[in-house]
Design a protein around this ligand. Structure first.
Ligand SMILES: CC(C)(COP(=O)(O)OP(=O)(O)OC[C@H]1O[C@@H](n2cnc3c(N)ncnc32)[C@H](O)[C@@H]1OP(=O)(O)O)[C@@H](O)C(=O)NCCC(=O)NCCS
Length: 204
């Protein structure tokens, strides 16, 4: 069956309980702890247009949502979950791409980040242009780091004064990508770039 992915809205609140249940089961399967998400919290994200849902007809297939930190200077794409029967068919890649697109649209200036031990998330974020970074490059918003309290490795994070843990930090910095695009344009069109720079020099 075809799976459709869209920005969630109030009509999807009926899936919130199933999503939280799946997140809990998956965290247990992986042997990790989890930042506690309630159906109310997930519903709020849907109503605010800050979540992405994948459905096969009426059947729940996947989900992810957006959180903002440090007064919206940082955005995290969180809570990625794919229902077991839909895994390993590229659905997480599609959900990730959609929630990334939504984050860029809602918060074009924000740095987007995630922390993960999951290979799938590392791969998918790398494809989207994320780079591995130390925790010093991520938000220092206390509320974000409080979310780690449910993780079995929280003592490691605390012992290291929040500078490092078992998760890898991944960051997409929009400013870096503007620089990359400029450099690529100069490389692709060196003649035009040199003309523009000589016009600028003449004007000076
Ligand atoms: C992790 C998860 C989101 C992957 O969903 P999925 O739809 O099966 O992933 P995709 O089919 O889109 O695969 C994307 C890539 O990740 C890889 N991948 C998927 N699951 C993987 C796993 N468990 N371990 C390692 N790599 C994995 C795939 O091979 C694929 O890479 P490739 O194209 O280079 O082969 C899903 O298993 C899940 O919901 N797990 C429980 C919740 C979770 O772990 N969320 C992430 C929290 S950080």
């Amino acid at each position: 069956m075809d799976v459709n992915i869209c920005v969630a809205n109030i009509s999807h609140v009926k899936y919130a309980e199933r999503i939280c249940e799946l997140m809990y089961i998956s965290a247990q399967e992986r042997g990790t702890g989890i930042a506690k998400r309630s159906p109310e919290y997930v519903s709020e994200k849907m109503i605010a247009g800050k979540a992405v849902i994948a459905l096969a007809g009426e059947e729940f297939a996947g989900f992810s949502y957006i959180e903002t930190w440090s007064h919206s200077r940082f955005v995290a794409n969180s809570g990625l979950i794919i229902a077991h029967e839909f895994r390993k068919s590229g659905l997480a890649r599609r959900v990730k791409a959609k929630v990334f697109e939504l984050s860029r649209k809602l918060y074009p200036e924000a740095k987007i980040f995630s922390i993960t031990t999951g290979l799938a998330v590392m791969k998918l974020n790398t494809e989207l242009g994320f780079k591995p970074v130390t925790f010093s490059e991520l938000t220092d918003d206390e509320e974000f780091w409080k979310g780690c309290q449910g993780c079995i490795n929280f003592d490691v994070l605390q012992r290291n004064n929040r500078r490092m843990c078992l998760c890898t930090g991944l960051l997409y910095d929009p400013a870096e990508h503007v620089k990359d695009k400029k450099a690529a344009a100069i490389k692709a069109f060196p003649f035009i770039a040199s003309k523009i720079s000589s016009i600028i020099t003449l004007k000076k």
